[in-house]
Design a protein. Structure first.
Length: 71
Protein backbone atom coordinates (compact mmCIF):
# COMPACT_ATOMS: atom_id res chain seq x y z
CA UNK A 1 0.00 0.00 0.00
CA UNK A 2 1.38 3.47 -0.84
CA UNK A 3 2.67 5.68 1.96
CA UNK A 4 1.84 9.39 2.32
CA UNK A 5 2.68 12.32 4.57
CA UNK A 6 -0.13 14.44 5.95
CA UNK A 7 0.96 17.81 7.35
CA UNK A 8 -0.90 20.71 8.90
CA UNK A 9 -0.28 23.97 7.07
CA UNK A 10 2.18 26.04 9.10
CA UNK A 11 0.00 29.16 9.22
CA UNK A 12 -2.85 27.10 10.68
CA UNK A 13 -0.99 25.15 13.39
CA UNK A 14 -2.94 26.88 16.16
CA UNK A 15 -6.36 26.93 14.52
CA UNK A 16 -6.77 23.74 12.44
CA UNK A 17 -7.18 20.19 13.68
CA UNK A 18 -3.94 18.28 13.77
CA UNK A 19 -2.91 16.10 10.86
CA UNK A 20 -3.13 13.13 13.23
CA UNK A 21 -6.77 13.90 14.09
CA UNK A 22 -7.62 14.42 10.42
CA UNK A 23 -5.99 11.15 9.32
CA UNK A 24 -6.98 8.79 12.11
CA UNK A 25 -10.68 9.56 11.72
CA UNK A 26 -10.66 8.41 8.08
CA UNK A 27 -11.76 4.95 7.03
CA UNK A 28 -9.19 3.11 4.93
CA UNK A 29 -6.28 5.10 6.37
CA UNK A 30 -3.69 3.52 8.66
CA UNK A 31 -1.49 5.89 10.68
CA UNK A 32 2.05 4.50 10.57
CA UNK A 33 3.82 7.28 12.48
CA UNK A 34 2.02 9.89 14.56
CA UNK A 35 4.76 11.06 16.92
CA UNK A 36 4.40 14.63 15.62
CA UNK A 37 0.64 15.29 15.45
CA UNK A 38 1.11 17.94 12.76
CA UNK A 39 3.10 15.64 10.43
CA UNK A 40 1.97 12.02 10.22
CA UNK A 41 2.80 9.14 7.94
CA UNK A 42 -0.11 7.07 6.63
CA UNK A 43 -0.70 4.02 4.48
CA UNK A 44 -3.69 4.25 2.14
CA UNK A 45 -4.67 3.73 -1.46
CA UNK A 46 -3.88 6.31 -4.14
CA UNK A 47 -7.57 7.04 -4.63
CA UNK A 48 -8.16 7.51 -0.89
CA UNK A 49 -5.13 9.83 -0.62
CA UNK A 50 -6.43 11.94 -3.52
CA UNK A 51 -9.85 12.19 -1.87
CA UNK A 52 -8.25 13.13 1.45
CA UNK A 53 -6.05 15.76 -0.22
CA UNK A 54 -9.05 17.33 -1.95
CA UNK A 55 -11.10 17.52 1.25
CA UNK A 56 -8.24 18.83 3.44
CA UNK A 57 -6.60 21.14 0.88
CA UNK A 58 -7.37 24.33 2.85
CA UNK A 59 -5.79 23.14 6.10
CA UNK A 60 -3.42 20.24 5.31
CA UNK A 61 -1.21 18.82 2.61
CA UNK A 62 -1.19 15.16 1.56
CA UNK A 63 1.77 14.06 -0.52
CA UNK A 64 3.53 10.80 -1.34
CA UNK A 65 6.40 9.83 0.92
CA UNK A 66 9.70 9.60 -0.93
CA UNK A 67 11.98 6.87 0.34
CA UNK A 68 15.57 6.60 -0.72
CA UNK A 69 18.12 4.01 0.17
CA UNK A 70 21.48 2.70 -0.82
CA UNK A 71 21.56 -0.17 -3.27
Amino acid sequence: MPRYLVTTRRALLDSAMTALAAAESEEGVEVVNGHDPHMVTIDTSDARATDLANRLKDTHTVEPEIRRGLL
